[in-house]
Ligand binder design. Structure first.
Ligand code: SME
Length: 165
């Protein structure tokens, strides 16, 4: 059973480190890729506050398709180059967006979202999708979080065979 107590008194960096430790523990104790990325979204929501949505979009052919997530029901499909997620795929770069309303073409899946962090999932030069985090607060995401979420995706890449998803 997952216990929240250890997280309560941690500062931001301790929580992010703990999040990545929990992810490694999940990935090294379970072989099923779908179970693993589903619990990865639960680990994020447990360890990171002030989020309204966290989840995966998986690249299928020429569009992103919704994967495991936590939050309100979201857009099922996003074209490459569209919105923050599609831009992360097109540019192969992390998108840290302090105010989504100022991002050209932002796709409003959840009206509560005001800032967004999207990490492209790239393994051996192949793009498999994105990890998308949304917050109701403007300027919510820090450089520190960006660094730890890049590490989070690196850890996923060590274990997940994205072609199985
Ligand atoms: N806002 C995203 C769409 C996905 S939702 O936030 C879950 C975008 O512009 O790509």
């Amino acid at each position: 059973m997952f216990k929240l107590e250890p997280i309560k008194n941690m500062n931001e960096e301790e929580r992010l480190k703990y999040m990545n430790l929990l992810l490694k523990s999940q990935l090294s104790s379970e072989k099923d890729d779908l179970a693993n990325i589903s619990n990865a979204t639960g680990i994020i929501m447990a360890c990171v506050d002030r989020l309204n949505w966290a989840g995966f979009y998986i690249l299928r052919g020429k569009e992103l398709v919704l994967g495991p997530f936590q939050g309100l029901p979201a857009c099922n499909r996003i074209e490459i180059g569209k919105g923050v997620c599609g831009t992360a795929v097109k540019t192969k770069e992390v998108q840290l967006v302090p105010d989504v309303h100022l991002f050209p073409g932002h796709i409003a899946c959840d009206q509560a979202s005001n800032s967004e962090l999207v990490i492209p999932i790239i393994k051996e030069d192949i793009v498999y999708g994105v990890l998308d985090l949304d917050s109701p607060e403007k300027e919510r995401f820090t450089q520190l979080e960006k660094d730890y979420f890049i590490k989070f995706v690196d850890i996923l890449n060590q274990y997940i065979n994205w072609e199985n998803i």
